[in-house]
Design a protein around this ligand. Structure first.
Ligand code: KG4
Ligand code: ZN
Length: 342
């Protein structure tokens, strides 16, 4: 099927045209970073307004780059949740309007379902696999049995990994979004004299906690007079990234072992992190696992990733009703019959 996918759950307005849930003909992403940067984080009302302005030109560009028109499409896919409600509503309403106007089937997909299947746009990965979803809102481990079949293995009990990166960056006075900034500084050659705790690492479960590391960073920052010396910013970035990477990799490999899985897929914005990518790569063969990372463009928010599940559901005659509503919160392990079709 030739599908148009639309993503608007947070601060990226994105549209993509994807053939058969695998072949990306176009993927347009309009970022709102410039709008939110001066506020140090996403301002929901500004996000909704910007989505409204951007959504039509982004869709038009996606169709143009794919060399097709609305008449060629066979279905519409959108992120139905979770995310900022006002932002989601722009994508969902647009998708519903297009589906209604063109009499096309509609699939409202879970944002994290999009992330954990995004690898399939680039690589053939056999099911089952362990998925580590690490983004601004999620740090979750799922056993992925197939498309639409996800079992929650572990999750953060407080902050998401990306949220922790962003908060730590903010504490150090780095611009939003902080994850890429901390990553860049953490790559400075040398060793950090600081060591932050590895919360919950010793516990016999697959949950995560990142708010403790964030507090430890705050205490470290308070030891220094403002403004924080650049050398300290680098040391904290290195030590923080090291702690987060340690926890994420160790827990993921342990979960894979406990689940008898030898394939791990890492996805979501934090999967762009250089330290995380390197460490997983280094430890993969030692742990008897193959580790898969989508390319950086597919780790960050995009619309193409939604088409994998969208194509699968629509291809089986499963579609969302036009009453589809956006959901700001939506647990993924609830998705055994997604799309709001129960
Ligand atoms: O998946 P995503 O684009 O949006 C959500 O669904 O949340 O993830 C965004 C998150 C932000 O917290 C951002 O700081 C983080 O991913 N991020 C990174 C890196 N690139 C983006 N965190 C650490 N290192 C990076 N290189
Ligand atoms: Zn995301």
């Amino acid at each position: 099927m030739l599908l148009l996918a639309i993503e608007s759950s947070c601060d990226e307005t994105a549209a993509a045209v994807v053939q058969d849930g695998r072949s990306v003909l176009s993927s347009i992403i309009s970022s709102q970073i410039d709008i939110h940067a001066r506020f140090g984080g996403v301002v929901p009302e500004l996000a909704s307004r910007s989505h409204l302005e951007q959504i039509s030109p982004v869709i038009e560009q996606a169709l143009r780059e794919a060399g097709c028109s609305m008449q060629d499409l066979q279905g519409i896919v959108c992120t139905a949740g979770p995310g900022l409600i006002g932002a989601l509503l722009v994508g969902v309403s647009t998708a519903k309007a297009l589906a209604y106007a063109r009499n096309l089937p509609l699939a409202g997909v879970h944002h994290i379902e999009g992330h954990i299947l995004s690898i399939l746009l680039e690589r053939q990965v056999d099911f089952p696999y362990l998925a580590l979803a690490v983004s601004g809102g999620h740090t979750h481990l799922f056993r992925v049995e197939g498309i639409g079949s996800y079992q929650l293995i572990g999750r953060t009990v407080d902050d998401a990994a990306g949220e922790a990166f962003d908060k730590v960056a903010k504490i150090m006075g780095l611009p939003y979004p902080g994850g890429p900034q901390v990553d860049r500084l953490a790559q400075t050659p040398g060793q950090s004299p600081i060591r932050f705790p590895r919360p919950m690492l010793k516990q016999d479960n697959f949950n995560f906690s990142f708010s403790g590391i964030k507090t430890a960073v705050m205490q470290e920052v308070q030891k220094h007079p403002a403004p924080l010396p650049q050398e300290t910013v680098v040391d904290i970035s290195r030590a923080f990234q090291e702690a987060v990477v340690d926890v994420l990799t160790q827990k993921a490999f342990r979960a894979a072992q406990a689940q008898n899985l030898n394939r791990i897929v890492v996805a979501g914005g934090v999967a762009c992190n250089s330290g995380l990518r390197n460490r997983f790569e280094q430890l993969a063969s030692k742990n008897g696992c193959e580790v898969f990372f989508p390319s950086v463009a597919l780790c960050a928010d995009n619309a193409a990733m939604l088409a994998v599940a969208g194509d699968y559901y629509l291809g089986r005659g499963l579609s969302s009703p036009l009453e589809l509503n956006a959901r700001s919160s939506w647990p993924l392990d609830e998705v055994c019959s997604p799309l709001g079709v129960h």
